[in-house]
Design a protein around this ligand. Sequence first.
Ligand code: KIV
Length: 288
Amino acid sequence: MTRTMSVPGGGSGARKVTTFDLVEMKARGEKIVAITAYDALFASLVDAAGVDLILVGDSLASVLCGEETTLSATVEQMTYHGRIVVRGASRAFVVVDMPFLSYQVSVTEAVRNAGNILKGTGAGAVKLEGGFEVVDAVKAIVRAGIPVMGHLGFTPQSVHALGGHRIQGKGDEAAARLVEEALALEAAGVFSIVLELMPTVAARRVTEAASVPTVGIGAGPDCDGQVLVLHDMLGLNEGFAPRFLKRYAELGKAAREAVERYAGEVRAGAYPAAEHGYESAGPEGDGD
Ligand code: KIV
Protein backbone atom coordinates (compact mmCIF):
# COMPACT_ATOMS: atom_id res chain seq x y z
CA MET A 1 0.00 0.00 0.00
CA THR A 2 1.42 3.39 -0.88
CA ARG A 3 1.00 6.01 1.79
CA THR A 4 0.56 9.39 0.12
CA MET A 5 0.27 12.49 2.20
CA SER A 6 -3.02 14.27 1.77
CA VAL A 7 -2.56 18.00 1.81
CA PRO A 8 -5.98 19.53 2.42
CA GLY A 9 -6.14 22.72 0.45
CA GLY A 10 -2.60 22.03 -0.75
CA GLY A 11 -1.70 22.30 -4.40
CA SER A 12 -4.59 24.74 -4.75
CA GLY A 13 -2.33 27.12 -6.58
CA ALA A 14 -2.34 29.64 -3.74
CA ARG A 15 0.62 31.99 -4.19
CA LYS A 16 3.48 31.55 -1.72
CA VAL A 17 3.78 34.20 0.95
CA THR A 18 6.89 36.38 0.55
CA THR A 19 8.88 38.67 2.83
CA PHE A 20 7.25 41.59 1.00
CA ASP A 21 3.78 40.27 1.90
CA LEU A 22 4.78 40.06 5.57
CA VAL A 23 6.09 43.64 5.62
CA GLU A 24 2.92 44.83 3.86
CA MET A 25 0.78 43.01 6.41
CA LYS A 26 2.31 45.18 9.12
CA ALA A 27 1.55 48.32 7.11
CA ARG A 28 -2.09 47.16 6.71
CA GLY A 29 -2.39 46.25 10.41
CA GLU A 30 -3.03 42.61 9.49
CA LYS A 31 -1.73 40.09 12.04
CA ILE A 32 0.90 37.58 10.90
CA VAL A 33 0.25 33.97 11.97
CA ALA A 34 3.41 31.94 12.49
CA ILE A 35 3.96 28.49 13.96
CA THR A 36 6.76 25.96 14.13
CA ALA A 37 6.89 22.67 12.22
CA TYR A 38 9.65 20.11 11.96
CA ASP A 39 8.35 17.69 9.32
CA ALA A 40 6.30 17.45 6.12
CA LEU A 41 3.17 16.03 7.73
CA PHE A 42 2.72 18.80 10.31
CA ALA A 43 3.88 21.40 7.78
CA SER A 44 1.10 20.33 5.41
CA LEU A 45 -1.47 20.54 8.23
CA VAL A 46 -0.48 24.03 9.39
CA ASP A 47 -0.14 25.21 5.79
CA ALA A 48 -3.66 23.99 5.03
CA ALA A 49 -4.85 25.81 8.17
CA GLY A 50 -3.64 29.00 6.52
CA VAL A 51 -0.63 30.08 8.59
CA ASP A 52 1.51 32.74 6.93
CA LEU A 53 4.91 31.62 8.17
CA ILE A 54 6.33 28.26 9.25
CA LEU A 55 9.41 28.38 11.45
CA VAL A 56 11.66 25.34 11.49
CA GLY A 57 12.86 26.19 14.98
CA ASP A 58 15.97 24.85 16.63
CA SER A 59 13.50 24.16 19.45
CA LEU A 60 13.37 20.77 17.70
CA ALA A 61 16.41 19.88 19.82
CA SER A 62 14.25 19.93 22.94
CA VAL A 63 10.79 19.22 21.50
CA LEU A 64 11.77 16.26 19.29
CA CYS A 65 15.12 15.14 20.70
CA GLY A 66 14.51 15.58 24.44
CA GLU A 67 17.46 17.93 25.03
CA GLU A 68 17.33 20.48 27.88
CA THR A 69 18.32 23.34 25.54
CA THR A 70 18.52 24.16 21.83
CA LEU A 71 22.33 24.26 21.88
CA SER A 72 22.90 20.81 20.38
CA ALA A 73 21.07 21.55 17.11
CA THR A 74 23.35 21.32 14.06
CA VAL A 75 23.33 22.75 10.55
CA GLU A 76 22.77 19.20 9.23
CA GLN A 77 19.75 18.68 11.48
CA MET A 78 18.23 22.05 10.58
CA THR A 79 18.83 21.39 6.88
CA TYR A 80 17.17 17.97 7.04
CA HIS A 81 14.12 19.25 8.93
CA GLY A 82 13.96 22.40 6.79
CA ARG A 83 13.90 20.29 3.62
CA ILE A 84 11.05 18.06 4.79
CA VAL A 85 9.03 21.04 6.05
CA VAL A 86 9.40 22.79 2.67
CA ARG A 87 7.95 19.64 1.06
CA GLY A 88 4.77 20.02 3.09
CA ALA A 89 4.32 23.78 2.72
CA SER A 90 2.61 25.07 -0.40
CA ARG A 91 1.60 28.61 0.67
CA ALA A 92 3.35 29.53 3.92
CA PHE A 93 6.75 31.24 3.94
CA VAL A 94 9.33 28.88 5.50
CA VAL A 95 12.10 30.18 7.77
CA VAL A 96 14.85 27.91 9.14
CA ASP A 97 16.70 28.65 12.38
CA MET A 98 20.48 28.95 12.19
CA PRO A 99 21.72 26.77 15.05
CA PHE A 100 24.12 27.75 17.83
CA LEU A 101 27.69 28.40 16.60
CA SER A 102 26.70 28.47 12.94
CA TYR A 103 26.84 32.30 12.76
CA GLN A 104 28.71 33.50 15.86
CA VAL A 105 32.27 32.45 14.99
CA SER A 106 32.81 34.59 11.90
CA VAL A 107 30.86 36.49 9.30
CA THR A 108 32.27 34.21 6.59
CA GLU A 109 31.02 31.09 8.38
CA ALA A 110 27.67 32.78 8.95
CA VAL A 111 27.20 33.48 5.23
CA ARG A 112 28.34 29.99 4.23
CA ASN A 113 26.05 28.27 6.74
CA ALA A 114 23.07 30.47 5.86
CA GLY A 115 23.65 29.76 2.16
CA ASN A 116 23.99 26.03 2.72
CA ILE A 117 20.79 25.97 4.77
CA LEU A 118 18.93 27.79 2.00
CA LYS A 119 20.43 25.59 -0.73
CA GLY A 120 19.77 22.39 1.18
CA THR A 121 16.18 23.16 2.17
CA GLY A 122 14.54 25.35 -0.43
CA ALA A 123 13.32 27.58 2.44
CA GLY A 124 12.81 31.31 2.00
CA ALA A 125 14.90 32.68 4.87
CA VAL A 126 17.01 31.98 7.94
CA LYS A 127 16.55 33.23 11.49
CA LEU A 128 19.30 34.04 13.93
CA GLU A 129 19.31 35.25 17.53
CA GLY A 130 20.82 38.38 19.02
CA GLY A 131 21.12 42.15 18.80
CA PHE A 132 24.14 44.38 18.18
CA GLU A 133 26.53 41.40 18.23
CA VAL A 134 24.98 39.83 15.12
CA VAL A 135 24.54 42.98 13.03
CA ASP A 136 27.65 42.31 10.88
CA ALA A 137 26.57 38.72 10.22
CA VAL A 138 23.04 39.86 9.31
CA LYS A 139 24.40 42.49 6.89
CA ALA A 140 26.65 39.98 5.15
CA ILE A 141 23.96 37.29 4.87
CA VAL A 142 21.46 39.81 3.49
CA ARG A 143 24.13 41.06 1.05
CA ALA A 144 24.42 37.47 -0.20
CA GLY A 145 20.73 37.62 -1.12
CA ILE A 146 19.40 35.63 1.82
CA PRO A 147 16.46 37.05 3.78
CA VAL A 148 17.06 37.12 7.54
CA MET A 149 14.64 37.14 10.47
CA GLY A 150 15.99 38.51 13.76
CA HIS A 151 15.23 37.29 17.29
CA LEU A 152 15.39 39.53 20.38
CA GLY A 153 14.44 39.29 24.04
CA PHE A 154 14.93 35.84 25.49
CA THR A 155 17.27 34.15 23.03
CA PRO A 156 17.33 30.42 23.85
CA GLN A 157 20.85 29.84 22.46
CA SER A 158 22.12 32.18 25.22
CA VAL A 159 20.11 30.48 27.98
CA HIS A 160 23.18 29.96 30.18
CA ALA A 161 24.47 33.52 29.73
CA LEU A 162 20.99 34.86 30.52
CA GLY A 163 20.76 32.80 33.73
CA GLY A 164 17.86 30.64 32.58
CA HIS A 165 14.45 31.28 31.01
CA ARG A 166 14.13 34.84 32.28
CA ILE A 167 11.93 37.63 30.98
CA GLN A 168 14.05 40.22 29.14
CA GLY A 169 13.51 43.95 28.63
CA LYS A 170 12.07 44.70 32.08
CA GLY A 171 12.24 48.38 33.01
CA ASP A 172 12.66 51.47 30.89
CA GLU A 173 16.38 51.13 30.19
CA ALA A 174 16.21 47.48 29.13
CA ALA A 175 13.20 48.16 26.90
CA ALA A 176 15.02 51.13 25.32
CA ARG A 177 17.97 48.84 24.56
CA LEU A 178 15.65 46.36 22.85
CA VAL A 179 14.32 49.20 20.68
CA GLU A 180 17.90 50.20 19.75
CA GLU A 181 18.78 46.61 18.90
CA ALA A 182 15.65 46.18 16.79
CA LEU A 183 16.49 49.34 14.84
CA ALA A 184 20.06 48.13 14.34
CA LEU A 185 18.77 44.79 13.01
CA GLU A 186 16.34 46.60 10.74
CA ALA A 187 19.14 48.79 9.39
CA ALA A 188 21.17 45.62 8.80
CA GLY A 189 18.37 44.30 6.60
CA VAL A 190 16.14 41.88 8.55
CA PHE A 191 12.61 41.53 7.16
CA SER A 192 11.06 40.68 10.55
CA ILE A 193 12.02 40.16 14.20
CA VAL A 194 10.85 37.54 16.70
CA LEU A 195 10.32 39.03 20.17
CA GLU A 196 10.49 36.36 22.85
CA LEU A 197 9.58 36.55 26.54
CA MET A 198 9.40 40.25 27.34
CA PRO A 199 6.88 42.57 28.99
CA THR A 200 3.97 43.63 26.81
CA VAL A 201 5.04 47.26 27.06
CA ALA A 202 8.58 46.50 25.80
CA ALA A 203 7.24 44.54 22.81
CA ARG A 204 4.82 47.39 22.04
CA ARG A 205 7.69 49.91 22.06
CA VAL A 206 9.77 47.77 19.70
CA THR A 207 6.78 47.14 17.43
CA GLU A 208 5.95 50.85 17.21
CA ALA A 209 9.58 51.81 16.53
CA ALA A 210 10.31 49.17 13.87
CA SER A 211 9.10 49.33 10.27
CA VAL A 212 9.56 45.59 9.85
CA PRO A 213 7.00 43.29 11.49
CA THR A 214 7.55 41.85 14.96
CA VAL A 215 6.37 38.33 15.72
CA GLY A 216 5.90 37.68 19.42
CA ILE A 217 6.05 34.65 21.68
CA GLY A 218 5.41 35.48 25.32
CA ALA A 219 5.58 39.17 24.34
CA GLY A 220 1.92 40.23 24.61
CA PRO A 221 -0.76 41.12 22.09
CA ASP A 222 0.73 44.22 20.46
CA CYS A 223 3.27 42.51 18.19
CA ASP A 224 2.53 42.44 14.46
CA GLY A 225 2.15 38.68 14.62
CA GLN A 226 2.41 35.69 16.94
CA VAL A 227 4.37 32.46 16.85
CA LEU A 228 3.93 29.35 18.98
CA VAL A 229 5.69 26.01 19.07
CA LEU A 230 3.16 23.70 17.38
CA HIS A 231 3.75 20.75 19.71
CA ASP A 232 3.17 22.99 22.75
CA MET A 233 -0.06 24.58 21.51
CA LEU A 234 -1.39 21.16 20.55
CA GLY A 235 -0.75 19.93 24.10
CA LEU A 236 1.65 17.22 22.91
CA ASN A 237 4.19 18.34 25.47
CA GLU A 238 1.96 17.68 28.47
CA GLY A 239 4.33 18.97 31.16
CA PHE A 240 5.06 22.32 29.50
CA ALA A 241 2.74 25.11 30.68
CA PRO A 242 4.31 28.58 30.78
CA ARG A 243 1.89 31.48 31.32
CA PHE A 244 2.07 32.73 27.72
CA LEU A 245 1.14 29.36 26.22
CA LYS A 246 -2.46 28.71 25.26
CA ARG A 247 -3.24 25.10 24.46
CA TYR A 248 -5.65 24.73 21.57
CA ALA A 249 -5.88 20.93 21.92
CA GLU A 250 -4.85 18.14 24.30
CA LEU A 251 -3.28 15.81 21.75
CA GLY A 252 -0.74 14.41 24.24
CA LYS A 253 -3.53 13.04 26.41
CA ALA A 254 -5.50 11.86 23.35
CA ALA A 255 -2.42 10.04 21.95
CA ARG A 256 -1.60 8.39 25.27
CA GLU A 257 -5.20 7.23 25.75
CA ALA A 258 -5.37 5.89 22.17
CA VAL A 259 -2.19 3.83 22.67
CA GLU A 260 -3.50 2.56 26.03
CA ARG A 261 -6.72 1.41 24.29
CA TYR A 262 -4.69 -0.26 21.53
CA ALA A 263 -2.47 -2.04 24.08
CA GLY A 264 -5.54 -3.20 26.02
CA GLU A 265 -7.21 -4.58 22.88
CA VAL A 266 -4.05 -6.39 21.69
CA ARG A 267 -3.61 -7.97 25.12
CA ALA A 268 -7.28 -8.97 25.25
CA GLY A 269 -7.20 -10.42 21.71
CA ALA A 270 -9.82 -7.84 20.60
CA TYR A 271 -7.57 -6.32 17.95
CA PRO A 272 -7.24 -7.27 15.15
CA ALA A 273 -10.89 -8.33 14.69
CA ALA A 274 -12.19 -10.36 11.73
CA GLU A 275 -12.76 -7.22 9.62
CA HIS A 276 -9.07 -6.30 9.87
CA GLY A 277 -7.94 -9.60 8.26
CA TYR A 278 -7.58 -10.60 4.56
CA GLU A 279 -9.36 -13.44 2.68
CA SER A 280 -7.25 -16.00 0.83
CA ALA A 281 -9.73 -16.02 -2.11
CA GLY A 282 -10.67 -13.01 -4.23
CA PRO A 283 -8.86 -10.41 -6.33
CA GLU A 284 -5.21 -9.54 -5.77
CA GLY A 285 -5.00 -6.44 -3.66
CA ASP A 286 -2.38 -4.10 -2.40
CA GLY A 287 -3.51 -4.18 1.21
CA ASP A 288 -5.96 -1.28 1.09
O1 KIV B 1 13.20 27.59 17.97
C1 KIV B 1 12.04 28.05 18.00
O2 KIV B 1 11.04 27.33 17.95
C2 KIV B 1 11.90 29.50 18.11
C3 KIV B 1 10.55 30.03 18.48
C4 KIV B 1 10.31 29.79 19.93
C5 KIV B 1 10.39 31.45 18.12
O3 KIV B 1 12.84 30.21 17.92
